[in-house]
Each structure stands twice: as C-alpha cells, then as structure tokens.
Design a protein around this ligand. Structure first.
Ligand SMILES: Nc1ncnc2c1ncn2[C@@H]1O[C@H](COP(=O)(O)OP(=O)(O)OP(=O)(O)O)[C@@H](O)[C@H]1O
Length: 697
C-alpha cells in the first residue's frame, strides 16, 4: 500500500466515525426535544388541572415512583372525584387494537402497564387508611388531543379535551374531611422528584443508531373545551348523588380483603351487618378493574341482585357492563334457554303433583307414623334430596341430614324415597319441573359442556340459602382458579330447612376464609335485641362443626330505638302500627326509609291493607329496585334478605314463636322454631336505627 492509499483509508475511517457521532448527536438531540416536549405536555395538563383547586382538588406534580430512582409520576390529582394517577403523553396517531395501545406502528402498551403499576402502588398506600382501590384511577392523557375515553384494562386513555369534564363527571366520591388524610399518605409515599444533580458525562461508547419516532410538536395552548362545556360537566358531577361513605372508604382490614389474591375458592362470613356484601361489591369492582372478562354476582334472593346492581352502578359506574347481577334460578333458566334444554317451572302445578303423590304413595306409608306435618316431606325432597342432587337411594340411606333433627329409620327413608320418585314421575309426565330441578338441570348441562365464554369470577351472596346443587353449579362456573369463586354468607341467617357442607360439595376454602366481626349497620340496642333471639341456638355454617349462637361482635354505632308493643288483639295492634308510622312521619322521617316485614306473604298483604287504608303510601318489596322513593316497603323477611332500612316494623309476632301444628312432634316443632327465630333475627337486623316489634298476646 502506498503512503497516499493509507491516508485515504484513515480519512474514510475518520469520516465514518464522524458520521456515527453526528447521528448519535442527532439522536440525543431528539431525546432532549422529547423530554422537553414531555415536560411541556405535563406543564400544559398541569395548567389545565390547576383551576380545579377551587373545587377541592390538589395537584401533586412530578413525583417519584417509590422503589426506583429514575422513574417519576407525572401528576397525582387528588380531590372529590378520587385519586387520579396521570401519565401525560405527547403522541399523535394513537389507537387501540387487540386491546393494546399503539403509537403509529409501534406497540406502546408498556406505557399503559406503567401507569397501572403506579396506580397499584398508590392504591397500596391509601389502603392503609381504608380508601377503596377503585378510587385510585390510572389515566393516560394525550396533550393537545381530543378523543373520547378508551378503557385499557384498568387504565383510561383520553384526549386532553375530555379530561376535565370526565373528572367532573365522577362527582363527589371523597368527602372534604377525608381528603387531608389521603393527601398526607400520598405526599409521604410519593415524594417530589429530586434534582438529578450535576450532569456527569461518561466516556462515549458509540451504540448502534436506532431510528426514533419524531416527537410530536405540542401545539400552543388552545381552548380545547369551552367554559359552557366545563360548567355542564361540573353541574353533571354535582347532580350525581354523592356516594355513601362506605363506597369510597372501607375499614383498612376490609380494603385489604378487597385486594387480596386468593389461590382458589374463598369465603367471607360473619354476623348480620358486618359488611359482607360491601366486601362483595368492592371485590367485584376490584376484579373488574384488574382482570379482563365478565363477572357474575349471584344471590338466592330474587330481589337482591336488582338492588345490588343499582348500588354497584353508583360504586363503580365504569364497570356496570362487566358485572352481571342475577338470581341463581334466573341465571339457570336463561342458561337452559340458551342451550335449548327444555324446562317448565310451575310452582302451583308442582305443588299439586306433590299432594297427589302424597295421597297415593305417602299417606299410608311408614311416614304416617313420623309426627311431622306433610309439608315436612315436601321440604325433605326439595332441600335434602333434590337440593343435594341425590339420584340414588343408596346416597340417601345413610346420609347425615344436616339441619334436620327429626331422625328417620331405614323404612322411613325408603318411604321418603318412594314419595320422591312418585312425585318426580308425576312432574315429568306433565312436562313440569320444580325450582330445585332447574338447578339440577343447569348443573348437568354445564358439566356436559362448560361455558364457551367463562366468567372471570363468580361471587355468591347469601350463600347459606343455596342448595348444594346451587353452590356446585356456581363452583362449576367460577372454578378452582385464583379468585374464581367467592362465597359470602352467614349460617345464622339461613331461613330454609336442611343444609350441606362445602366439603361434600367438593369445595375447599381452607386458609381462604375470613370472618368479619364489626357490625356497621345496626345501632347497638337493635343488634342486642336481635342477637338475644338466636343467642342460644347453635347453628351450622356450611361445615361439620356447630357455632355458638352468641358470637363475638363489635358494634360500630351506639344507640338506636327498639319499641315493643304487646297488643291484646289484631285490631289494637293495627292501630298501634298505624300510629307508630304516623309518629315517624310527623317527626320528619321519610317513609321511604321504612320497611314493614312479615314472615308470610299472607301477613304482608294483610298489613299492606292496614297501611293502605290508613293512607300510608307503600310499595311491595318485590317492586323495590334500590331506588329512593317516599313509600314504605312492605314484604316478607325472606325478600328483605341482604337489604337494610332506617326503621323496620315487624308486626304480628307471637311470644315463643308459632304454635305446634297438628300432628307435629316436639322435635319437629323445635326445629321449625329455630328456623323461625333465625328468620326473625334477619328481619330485626334489617333495621339501622329503629325497630318496632308488634306482638299479639
Ligand atoms: N367500613 C365501613 N364503614 C361504614 N359503614 C360500613 C362499612 N362497611 C360496611 N358498612 C355498612 O354496614 C352496613 C351493612 O353492610 P352489609 O350489607 O355489607 O353487611 P352484611 O354483612 O352483608 O349484612 P347481612 O348479612 O345482614 O345482609 C351497610 O350499611 C354498609 O354500608
């Protein structure tokens, strides 16, 4: 090689190196511009949110993400609408495809995950003071953009134009008294981002030069929404009924329960009023936030899902479409219809079939010598045989009949089985089913072919009233996976005869069962009166052991009023009732906060008549869907399960419970009275502040 040639090689190498340095410099410049644009975007959104301080909001800007030195939280906006964790982006060409966020051709979902992770940290911080996880909302906001909110898992992405109206529409979820505590925790856990200190230049290592997308120019601040739009959204938020305290703030122990991951079916138990349903609703909202797919919230009580669905809509309006609230029988019916499985439930016709079978097979059998009313056998078939899904006599022959104290010998059990068979044959011959059959059919169908689109989770309220088959059906839907099935209930409130254990239903909740002990609903005098009714009745709660009737319980609220009337006859009791309702109304209590509850539908109609004739506005409990109205709710205690009212009237009670029925043994009578007492306990514990007990002497 000549001297000139070697100079050429050197020159080419130097030129190549210079070009690489230039490219690197250009890339660094773009990064600088991007950061500048980023902070300009943050400033712009900050400026947009700042005026909200007049409405109780506080903006914490540029906060450190705990646990890392580098990453930061753009904005934490804390106010009546909750805790908003905002990540500001200066991107154009944003779209969602396949549930992921894209920036042009680039998958940008990491940024969604990042803001969700920060929200989780914030959620953990505020859980310490009981703030419900749902009140922490991760948001990706796009500076200078206008597009409607998009849901990406628990993250909401939206244009700058939509941000303030969207926030205002959340209404008041956190009260002014609670906000300082929330802010204090967040300021502690998300400290201001410190100055990074002097820049230290490290020796240059030339990395491969990768193409970077050009940062979008942040347009000059324009009025993206008008003052009118802003006012409208403020008004909309102000008109939204303020949510109740418990919807945003839980006890820290409850908040922990709501967020806990359980590696299989779980259970929440506890006496009346201890917040079991509150946990259920928050849990449903939390699961809807943190996992994809639909959820099912079921109850045995027909009216409860409607009321709970209305409550949920206020608690978590963004998730109403994700959670299906349904009675278990209604669910089974819909499912069988969808699968084309023929079924026809007719209670009256089924009743006729039973009585016919009794007349032909039962009346002169070994059952005649058992001192119980005939309806006992109807319950035995519904709860013990069909409810437990027994298909062969051998399963019934030695069965432990949980919750049934009248013993049956072999011959009597054989006679029960014959009665059951005759009844079933008669039903089938008429193309009929009873309520228990509906669940048996649904369970068989779901086992034959599981759901194509399974539920992410199933939550069951008032589980103590479900039959074994009902629980097995819901177990089949929720599965044994993490957080798939949550059973909520209280055996002390079981109002149907018979029972079963979770282990015989094939469900294990060991290590995943929580007992709640603080009663938040009933004022102390009311809960004391109610507990006295069941204190000496031990009860089973879906397992083999019996629990004492008087349980450990803290009571959150002192006071309350309990009134007992002992009337010599029905007419004077009616008069006392009407006078008591009148007194309440005169004292300014809204009648919409009152309920009159009875043991039977016949009594409910009777007392509805009494109130109606006295000019008291009322609404049957079956028609109540959780909305506020100024009318007294009237219905059976069974219908009122899971609900609560400020004042409850329980007329038509008898000291010591109902009388022995003709042909009823003392054992059968005592068993029936125990169920009656549990029902009375349920009725009494529906009352928050006032309980009126009307006894007939
Ligand atoms: N942390 C809390 N702070 C204040 N009130 C609460 C809290 N948790 C629950 N409550 C209130 O307690 C009452 C009872 O709650 P919930 O209906 O969930 O109880 P439950 O255990 O399901 O009752 P039951 O078994 O009698 O139906 C509700 O009014 C609810 O708002």
């Amino acid at each position: 090689m000549t001297a000139g040639a070697s100079q050429d090689v050197e020159a080419r190498r130097a030129r190549a190196l210079a070009e690489q340095y230039l490219a690197l410099a250009r890339q660094q410049q773009r990064i600088v511009r991007r950061h500048e644009a980023g902070s300009a975007g943050e400033r712009r959104i900050g400026a947009l949110l700042q005026p909200m301080s007049a409405y109780g909001w506080t903006l914490l800007a540029d906060r450190r993400w705990p646990g890392t030195r580098a990453a930061n939280v753009d904005l934490l906006h804390v106010g009546p609408g909750g805790v908003l964790v905002l990540d500001v982006k200066n991107w154009r060409e944003v779209h969602v495809e396949g549930g992921r966020l894209w920036r042009g051709q680039e998958d940008a979902h990491d940024d969604v995950d990042k803001v969700a992770r920060i929200a989780e940290l914030a959620e953990q911080s505020v859980a310490e003071i009981g703030l419900a996880p749902l009140e922490v909302v991760p948001i990706l906001v796009f500076a200078g953009e206008s597009f409607d909110p998009l849901t990406l898992g628990r993250v909401t992405a939206m244009g700058e134009k939509q941000l303030v109206p969207w926030i205002n529409r959340r209404g008041e979820r956190l009260t002014a008294e609670k906000l300082p505590a929330v802010l204090a925790v967040l300021e502690r856990d998300f400290p201001p981002h410190e100055d990074a200190g002097p820049v230290v230049l490290s020796p240059v290592v030339v990395p491969p030069v990768l193409p970077l997308p050009e940062p979008a120019e942040v347009p000059e601040q324009q009025a993206l929404f008008s003052a009118v739009e802003l006012e409208d959204s403020l008004l909309e938020g102000a008109l939204a009924a303020p949510i109740e305290d418990w919807m945003a703030f839980l006890h820290p122990g409850q908040a922990k329960l709501v967020r806990q991951v359980r590696n299989g079916p779980a259970r929440v138990r506890g006496p009346a009023g201890t917040g079991k349903t509150v946990i259920g609703l928050h849990r449903a909202a939390y699961l809807a936030t943190t996992r994809p797919g639909k959820l099912l919230y079921v109850s045995f009580v027909r009216t409860l899902p409607t009321v709970l669905s209305a409550t949920f809509a206020r608690l978590a309006p963004q998730h109403v479409d994700r959670v299906e609230f349904c009675g278990v029988h209604a669910w089974a019916r819909r499912f069988l219809d969808a699968r084309g499985v023929r079924h026809r439930v007719d209670f009256t016709a089924a009743d006729t079939c039973f009585w016919r079978s009794w007349a032909s097979v039962g009346r002169y059998s070994a059952l005649a010598e058992v001192p119980v009313p005939v309806t006992y056998w109807q319950e035995e078939i519904a709860s013990v045989i069909k409810g437990r899904g027994l298909t062969d006599f051998s399963e019934y022959a030695d069965l432990t009949r949980v919750g049934r104290s009248t013993p049956l010998n072999r011959a009597q059990r054989e006679a029960v089985w014959r009665l059951h068979t005759a009844y079933d044959v008669l039903l089938r011959s008429r193309g009929l089913h009873d309520a228990a059959d509906l669940l048996v059919l649904a369970l068989a169908e779901v086992r034959r072919r599981p759901l194509e689109d399974p539920y992410a989770a199933v939550l069951v309220d008032e589980v103590q009233d479900l039959s074994r088959v009902g629980v097995q059906l819901l177990h089949a839907l929720g599965g044994d996976g993490p957080d798939g099935l949550l059973l909520i209930g209280d055996g002390q409130q079981a109002v149907y005869p018979g029972g079963f254990t979770l282990s015989e239903a094939g469900i294990t909740v060991r290590g995943r069962s929580t007992v709640l002990e603080t009663n938040y609903r009933n004022a102390s005098r009311i809960i004391e009166t109610a507990v006295a009714v069941v204190a000496s009745d031990a009860f089973a709660d879906l397992d083999d052991s019996l629990e004492e009737g008087a349980r450990r319980m803290e009571v959150a609220r002192d006071g309350g009023v309990t009134v007992r009337i002992d009337a010599p006859d029905a007419r004077s009791l009616d008069a006392a009732l009407v006078a008591a309702v009148g007194d309440l109304a005169a004292a300014g209590t809204s009648l919409g906060d009152c309920a009159l509850l009875t043991a039977t539908t016949t009594d409910a109609s009777r007392y509805a008549g009494v109130l109606h004739r006295a000019g008291v506005p009322l609404v049957p409990l079956e028609e109540y869907a959780g909305q506020t109205c100024g009318r007294v709710k009237v219905g059976t205690i069974k219908r009122a399960k899971g609900l609560e009212f400020k004042h409850v009237f329980l007329p038509g009670l008898r000291e010591g419970g109902s009388a022995v029925k003709a042909g009823e043994s003392e054992t059968a009578w005592r068993e029936r009275l125990e169920v009656e007492r549990r029902e009375l306990y349920v009725g009494m514990t529906r009352a928050r502040d006032g309980l009126w007990l009307g006894f007939l002497l």
